[in-house]
Design a protein around this ligand. Structure first.
Ligand SMILES: [Zn+2]
Length: 308
């Protein structure tokens, strides 16, 4: 999908695209979109419901992009019920789901549309006033920015950068931790928000020290994942711990943390004493990057991703 940034200020094109019957719209309500599921299960070949612009509800509109067939895609932050397919607005086999529930099983196109749409909907829903003067802002026609009618300032979507890190020790073991709020056995890699005035690399080292009292040396970027819940960008790193350190967790935040060899991790997943972060998450990608291949789900599989 081409995000079509060069068309965002072309008002004539935007109105033509909105009037085009080929145009498709993703409606987002309370961070959910409608998804058609076969057999009623989110895992079962789900499809994002895309509707014609004329069937879209009232609400803030934003341009998502244009595909290779010149079909334009928009998002609207509005109410599903406006579709009028039934009293509840939701037809048979269609569910209002969060990205975390279906992100891993949607097609690439649908997952990308949903991620983009929910990110912009979350921003529009929560950033309604000018941060300079408090006047209600007005979204631009493409919805990619808002303007203050009083002082003319422009405001762009906000992102919260967060680091998430695969920490390994000199024996190539992997550090996993359980958030204090998670049930027993569910573990993942460490993560935390980047603070103002801080580099990502520093945030990695600081978070590992704060959460596990481990000093890391080399910190290397691996990849990223948008995580609009509500507005994070997960930046994935690998960090190598110095040798001979004892883990000491921050008990307020971390329930437990320990090193795993590959054999220990596989055995713990298979016997159900460990469930690692789900396949939709960059956390799982980092763990499997270290492990070398896909891990099995095991009896303690996460039904839903961690909230970060
Ligand atoms: Zn203002």
């Amino acid at each position: 999908m081409d995000r079509a940034a060069t068309l965002r200020n072309d008002l004539e094109w935007i109105e033509q695209a909105w009037a085009d019957p080929k145009t498709r719209v993703v409606v987002v309500q309370d961070s959910r979109a409608l998804v058609r599921t076969r057999g009623g299960h989110p895992e079962d070949h789900p499809e994002l419901i895309l509707r014609a612009a004329q069937d879209a509800p009232a609400g803030t509109r934003f341009l998502l992009g244009v595909d290779a067939d010149d079909v334009a895609y928009f998002g609207v932050s509005g109410e599903f019920a406006a579709e009028g397919t039934s009293r509840s607005g939701v037809e048979e086999g269609v569910k209002a789901l969060q990205l975390r529930q279906v992100g891993a099983t949607l097609s690439d196109r649908d997952a990308g549309l949903f991620t983009h749409a929910v990110a912009l909907a979350n921003w529009h829903d929560t950033h309604t006033h000018c941060p300079q003067c408090g006047t209600p802002t007005v979204p631009a026609p493409a919805g990619h920015l808002t303007k203050c009618p009083k002082d003319g300032t422009e405001h762009f979507p906000r992102l919260d950068p967060a680091v998430i890190m695969l920490v390994t020790d000199p024996d190539d073991r992997c550090l996993l931790a359980r958030n204090a709020l998670w049930p027993p056995g569910r573990m993942s890699v460490l993560a935390g928000f980047v603070e103002p005035g801080e580099s990502c690399e520093h945030a990695v080292a600081r978070e590992v020290m704060e959460e596990a009292s481990i000093i890391v040396g080399q910190v290397q970027y691996l990849g990223s994942q948008p995580w609009p819940m509500p507005r994070s960008l997960m930046l994935g790193f690998q960090a190598i711990a110095a040798s001979g350190q004892e883990i000491e967790v921050d008990a307020d935040e971390i329930g437990e943390a320990r090193w795993f060899t590959r054999a220990e991790m596989l055995a713990a997943i298979e016997d159900g004493t460990l469930g690692v972060a789900p396949t939709s998450s960059i956390a799982r990608r980092l763990i499997e990057f270290w492990y070398g291949t896909e891990l099995p789900e095991g009896p303690n599989s996460w039904a839903t991703p961690p909230n970060r």
